[in-house]
Design a protein around this ligand. Structure first.
Ligand SMILES: Cc1cc2nc3c(=O)[nH]c(=O)nc-3n(C[C@H](O)[C@H](O)[C@H](O)COP(=O)(O)OP(=O)(O)OC[C@H]3O[C@@H](n4cnc5c(N)ncnc54)[C@H](O)[C@@H]3O)c2cc1C
Length: 427
């Protein structure tokens, strides 16, 4: 695969979401010096969800975004609302105990409930649809579904023929359906939540990149033209924060994923593909994920790349992936093609913590699964600011490991690891 380095614009990526956004945000640049109770860096779901939770608790919040609200992964992802908080909380039993594992497992359900309640409470217009299928290509995938279904009554197992009533493709040998997960227009949810925070008094700034942090009793962040001090600072820049805090940079690997959006499907094309309007993921490590938009386009994503570069011909690669699943879409026009960066943590668990003994908190590393979990994070961080650190402490006890190999070798090391997983996917 040929790769290229891309320089991101400070406006939204050329996605289907940017072209169908409910309104274009135009918050001011930070160009003065002031004080808030809590300063948040990063206007993705982690930042805006934290802002909403804090405003609901009565805090004076300032949120600073380098580009536009939802500009990062949050405004350009697959839009799939999938429960679970991190991969396999039980793997952390030695550091958080059985009670901690149970708490994190419950958070995997609560994160979806938060999105549902927030959209309802504030009437956020973001094309919410319930229904999700995971689809299997190998017998071992089907065996996992059977195991999971024993502990989770929401899972409805589907044989190959039954699955076709949801996902009409010959590529899969079975799957499962659940109606408590689903999909949304992520950019409209993100800007909708920012508006909710603003309506409760949050000060929001766009096109304002934080270039420096001064630590202390009242940490201070600076852009080239202004600064804000707060009792707490919360860093939500995730995969896009670069080297602002070297400790965090060492602990998150930005990996690219690509999505295409087709022209709208006809009724007949829908019958031949996504018969039910569900979100779909397959069970491989290098997975395909897809769904229909509100105006019935196929939004088809995948192609994770850990080199930090974008594939040169990602549109063609994604089209051929889509046609493998749905050959009948062969002649469909591709109207949109974009990519985004997800923050991968070494242990595939969101990293919530505190920089040394300061009141600077952070979150990063959802590892490709953050639409729902970011909303849980917002609650945990707001609880911590308000003095209830029970769930924050559990997350903080999971040791956040740096990527081995340092800045120079962590990407090649991860790329090699992914090649290994792709080889396993193929067996
Ligand atoms: C292509 C793609 C598809 C995905 N699909 C799904 C999916 O279907 N379901 C799912 O659950 N998850 C999915 N994910 C993952 C999910 O989108 C992320 O986990 C989640 O959006 C992370 O949100 P965030 O707020 O932590 O980070 P981001 O949304 O990346 O936000 C970080 C923000 O911080 C800002 N920032 C960074 N540095 C600074 C600075 N110095 N000053 C000011 N601002 C700064 C950036 O501009 C950015 O807007 C996908 C990710 C990608 C890239």
């Amino acid at each position: 695969m040929l790769l290229k380095s891309t320089v991101d614009s400070t406006e939204h990526a050329p996605s289907y979401y940017a072209s169908s956004v409910n309104w274009k945000t135009d918050y001011p640049k930070l160009d003065s010096d002031f004080t808030a109770d809590v300063v948040i860096v990063g206007g993705g779901f982690s930042g805006v969800a934290t802002a909403v939770e804090l405003c609901e608790r009565g805090y004076k919040v300032a949120l600073v975004e380098a580009n536009r609200i939802g500009w990062g992964a949050s405004g350009r992802n697959g839009g799939q609302i999938i429960g679970g908080y991190g991969s396999n909380p039980a793997a952390f039993k030695s550091s958080i105990g059985s009670e901690g594992v149970e708490v994190v497992e419950k958070m995997g359900t609560e994160c979806v409930e938060i999105i549902k309640a927030r959209i309802e409470k504030y009437e956020i217009d973001c094309d919410l649809k319930w229904g999700y299928c995971e689809v299997g290509l190998k017998e071992r995938h089907i065996r996992s579904y059977r195991d999971w279904a024993e502990d989770d009554s929401a899972i409805k197992l589907l044989g190959q023929d039954e699955l076709k009533q949801y996902v009409n493709s010959d590529r899969y040998i079975g799957g499962y359906y659940r109606e408590d997960w689903g999909h949304i227009h992520p950019l409209n949810l993100c800007i909708g939540e920012a508006k909710v925070a603003e309506s409760m008094g949050a000060k929001i700034f766009e096109q304002s990149k934080i270039t420096n942090i001064t630590y202390g009793d009242q940490p201070k962040v600076c852009t080239e033209s202004g600064s804000i001090k707060g009792d707490h600072l919360i860093l939500c820049g995730n995969a896009y924060m670069e080297n602002l805090v070297p400790y965090l940079d060492a602990r998150v690997l930005p990996a690219t994923s690509c999505i295409i959006g087709t022209e709208p499907l006809s009724e007949e094309q829908i019958r031949q593909t996504l018969v039910r309007d569900v979100a779909v993921c397959d069970s491989r490590t290098a997975l395909d994920y897809y769904r229909l938009s509100a105006d019935k386009r196929m939004l088809f994503g995948g192609l994770a790349n850990y080199s930090g570069l974008d594939p040169v011909n990602s549109t063609e690669i994604m089209r051929s992936k889509m046609i493998k699943v749905f050959p009948s879409l062969r002649d469909l026009k591709i109207d949109y093609s974009w990519s985004g960066k997800m923050g991968i943590s070494l242990r595939r668990m969101p990293q919530i913590g505190r920089i040394k003994n300061t009141n600077v908190l952070y979150i990063s590393g959802y590892s490709g699964h953050g639409v729902a979990p970011t909303h849980m994070t917002g609650r945990i961080l707001a609880e911590a600011v308000a003095g209830n650190t029970y769930r924050f402490d559990i997350m903080n006890r999971m040791f956040h490991m740096p990527w081995p190999g340092g800045k120079l070798f962590r990407r090649p090391a991860m790329a090699l690891g992914m090649m290994w997983y792709k080889a396993l996917d193929a067996i």
